[in-house]
Write a protein that binds this ligand. Structure first.
Ligand code: ZN
Length: 395
């Protein structure tokens, strides 16, 4: 009983890990239908599962809007500070805990963005389809991570099961390359009037007269689609711009010949896109047989994608592509901002697989067993139970 009283947080976590199993959330869904895909599965390396508490936490910290990330970090700093005040037995102990609170929370956030680690990968049973990313960046983009080469980008994709990826740097044409770990496909992301258009395929540079036209107003911008078609490239409208700036113009996008719309984009500013917004765009795309795509929009930060596509390269039309997304990422546009500190861990725990849940329970059990081993008065926990047992007793 003293173990229960002394380690309430570990016990609470234990209960949450068990209870969340009764409210399961699929690790991946078809972003169009919401159903669990029958032809694809997420696989996790052994080390990812062994380190599940860390792996899952860092993944969950990756799939947040900017607003929810700020609230989550603030919530957990405050909770750790309060815990430090309650749990610290001396004034010094309390101060150390309070000082450590923001360091621990921000170290975890930093680790989510930069720490090399094993990652989940998508596997598909459909041999006709290619697992593809429609939108990603290298250091050639003004906001790309410094030193993030196309080799780095290809490895990032390959680790997560991608077989091909379009490289779509901001206003810098990527020529494509075959001889890497995966095929990198040619593309570019053009910034035009209050809109980013992802061009898939061999785009040509935009001459200054055309650039002035595309950047002038909405009717001018819409002429970009024809311009790209003449070059043999497809034009895909990117989130969040088409929704934030051109919501009322989307029928005109269709009339002007847009080839498709992104419906999932993993960039923090694009995760705000809600299920209701997505349903509206899906209705439009379906009625005009347009492509809908998922975009990692990776810029060199973060280790995990929130979306994959099962597709045929160059295929067009609503049914040509299956968008497979992580529900914890799709929920970002629907969950309130203020509760991010609590609902994000809950969404994470609900998404655990049986193996991950077993890993969490094992780590919590090991901690509780270790902490419950009686130790001599005044002596803190040392390196291990075994080491302490072997220590000669001097009484
Ligand atoms: Zn982008």
């Amino acid at each position: 009983m003293r173990v229960l009283a002394r380690h309430p947080i570990a016990w609470l976590l234990l209960i949450l890990v068990i209870v969340s199993a009764f409210f399961p959330l699929a690790p991946i869904v078809d972003a169009v239908t919401g159903a669990v895909p029958g032809d694809a599965a997420l696989t996790r390396p052994a080390l990812y599962v062994i380190l599940a508490p860390l792996s899952n936490t860092l993944d969950a910290l990756t799939f947040l809007t900017i607003e929810r990330a700020k609230v989550l970090l603030a919530t957990w700093v405050i909770l750790f500070v309060l815990w430090g005040i309650v749990a610290g037995r001396t004034r010094r102990g309390r101060l150390i805990r309070i000082g450590l609170a923001p360091i621990v929370v921000f170290a975890l956030a930093g680790a989510a963005v930069t720490l090399p680690r094993p990652v989940p990968a998508l596997e598909s049973a459909d041999s006709d389809a290619t697992i593809i990313d429609f939108h990603s960046h290298t250091q050639a983009s003004h906001d790309g991570r410094h030193g993030w080469t196309d080799d780095d980008l290809a490895r990032w994709h390959a680790d997560q099961g991608f077989e091909a990826a379009y490289v779509t740097d901001h206003n810098v044409i990527y020529p494509g390359r075959e001889n890497g770990v995966i095929a990198l496909l040619p593309g570019v992301e053009w910034s035009v009037y209050r809109q980013h258009i992802v061009a898939l395929g061999r785009a040509q540079p935009i001459d200054s007269t055309s650039h002035a036209l595309f950047s002038k107003d909405t009717p001018g911008m819409l002429k970009l689609f024809d311009y790209l078609h003449q070059q043999g490239a497809l034009a895909i409208a990117s989130i969040p711009e088409y929704w934030e700036n051109h919501r009322e113009d989307l029928e005109q996008f269709v009339t002007a010949g847009v080839d498709g719309f992104e419906i999932v984009n993993c960039a923090p500013k694009a995760l705000r896109f809600s299920s209701a917004d997505r349903a509206d765009v899906l209705l439009l795309a379906k009625s005009h047989d347009l492509l809908v795509t998922g975009a990692s929009d990776n810029h060199g930060w973060g280790k995990v994608t929130c979306v994959w596509n099962l597709s045929q390269v160059g295929a067009k039309g609503f049914r040509a592509n299956e968008v497979i997304a992580r529900p914890i990422a799709l929920a970002q546009g629907d969950e309130p901002v203020w509760s991010a500190g609590f609902d994000q861990p809950w969404l994470m725990l609900r998404s655990l697989t049986a193996g991950e849940r077993a890993s969490w329970l094992t780590w919590i059990a090991v901690y509780l067993i270790y902490m419950s081993v009686p130790r001599r008065q005044g002596k803190r926990a040392s390196i291990g139970i075994l080491a302490r047992d072997l220590t000669p007793q001097r009484d």
